[in-house]
Design a protein around this ligand. Structure first.
Ligand code: SAM
Length: 347
């Protein structure tokens, strides 16, 4: 068995404070990139501590901005830090940190969009572990931009379900920030008013742990909402065995009529002429009461519903591509419209 790691601490040479860096480099926050900077070192350290012992690990940080979290990560003596930042204005401030720790920590600074970056290019092969082993010495950390956080987590869940990207290395853990409301939904258990499709999706593939809140007042500029810090550890065995797209479709339709009996949403998985009969059959096979509301369904019960849906699809493959929304799909062109549409559909 691997020996327990001892947490180390690297003392960086004196650097200007993040506040001074922002002032010196004239880094005005851009709203379109959801730039809200964390200024308080104690809070920043708390986020990094939520990731556990990262000494000797490879860390991918999303959206480092001026580098407040990066500094705290580096002080924990990781083996390598991979930074993905869309805004090139931050490169000099990140290079300042890379230079300060160059004798101790390897650093890759990538100017790019996390939604378009293949992280595997930068992750050393020897971090790989078997899926059923304890998580690999690899962590994803980020004070995520609000504009991409929901779409990113859904994309990452899909990669995780296929054991691709950072999850080709094993059960890679994440420590991420979200708008408080989104974080609460991710962690919401059965019967909670926040329970939604995002809760079931996240909890199907991960152990979701809501760590703590950060008040919006801790950021510069102050966002309109508070923030929640969440850790996600992929499960060895997801509760639902079906492929990601099928799971997403079944759960989306069941939650599509939140206040109604869940079978009403489930009916929309099937064409109109067979809708009532097929949904009832699916609920009988899964042993679910049709008058249950979506937020009253447990994760294991969703697993039984997906299993039953899969059985029905095997018998009637013509239903598989049925899309209730198809005639109503709104054309979205720009990236930001696509993100808004994705966010609306997941919440
Ligand atoms: N980590 C810094 C902190 O905690 O103070 C900044 C966090 S700020 C909320 C989000 C950061 O993500 C910004 O630096 C922004 O430029 C960057 N960002 C926005 N969209 C991005 C994207 N698609 N890919 C990578 N970085 C992005």
């Amino acid at each position: 068995m691997a020996a327990a790691k001892k947490a180390l601490n690297i003392r960086l040479p004196p650097l200007p404070s993040i506040k001074d860096v922002i002032r010196l480099y004239k880094l005005r926050a851009l709203r379109e990139l959801s730039q809200n900077f964390l200024m308080e070192p104690r809070l920043i350290d708390k986020i990094v501590r939520a990731a556990g012992n990262i000494t000797g690990n490879v860390i991918c940080e999303v959206g480092p901005g001026p580098g407040g979290i990066t500094r705290s990560i580096v002080q924990q003596a990781p083996r390598k830090v991979i930074l993905i930042e869309k805004d090139p204005r931050f490169i000099p401030t990140l290079e300042l940190i890379a230079d300060a720790c160059k004798n101790n920590v390897e650093m890759d600074i990538i100017t790019g969009d996390i939604l378009k970056t293949d992280l595997t290019t930068f992750i050393p092969e020897d971090t790989k572990r078997e899926w059923t082993e304890p998580p690999p010495p690899l962590n994803l950390i980020g004070n995520l931009p609000f504009s991409v956080s929901t779409i990113l987590i859904i994309r990452w869940l899909e990669m995780m379900s296929k054991q691709e990207g950072p999850w080709a290395y094993g059960r890679t853990r994440m420590t991420l920030t979200f708008q408080k409301e989104v974080a609460e939904r991710m962690a919401a258990r059965i019967l909670s008013p926040q329970r939604c499709r995002l809760s079931v999706m996240c909890q199907n593939w991960c152990n979701v742990n809501y760590k703590f809140d950060i008040s919006g007042a801790a950021f510069l500029p102050k966002p309109d909402v508070d923030v929640g810090v969440v850790t996600l550890t992929p499960l060895k065995h997801p509760l639902i065995k079906q492929p990601f797209k099928m799971v997403e479709k079944v759960i989306r339709q069941i939650f599509s009529m939140r206040q109604k009996y869940s079978i009403r949403g489930a009916q929309t998985l099937f064409p109109e002429e067979v809708r009532e009969e097929m949904a009832l059959k699916m609920y009988q096979m899964a042993d679910i009461d049709p008058v249950t509301r979506p937020f009253q369904i447990a994760n294991m019960e969703f697993a039984r519903i997906c299993e039953a849906y899969n059985e029905i699809i095997k018998k009637y493959p013509e239903f598989e591509n049925y899309d209730y929304r198809a005639p109503k799909i709104k054309k979205v062109d720009s990236d930001s419209e696509k993100m808004n549409a994705a966010e609306e559909s997941i919440l």
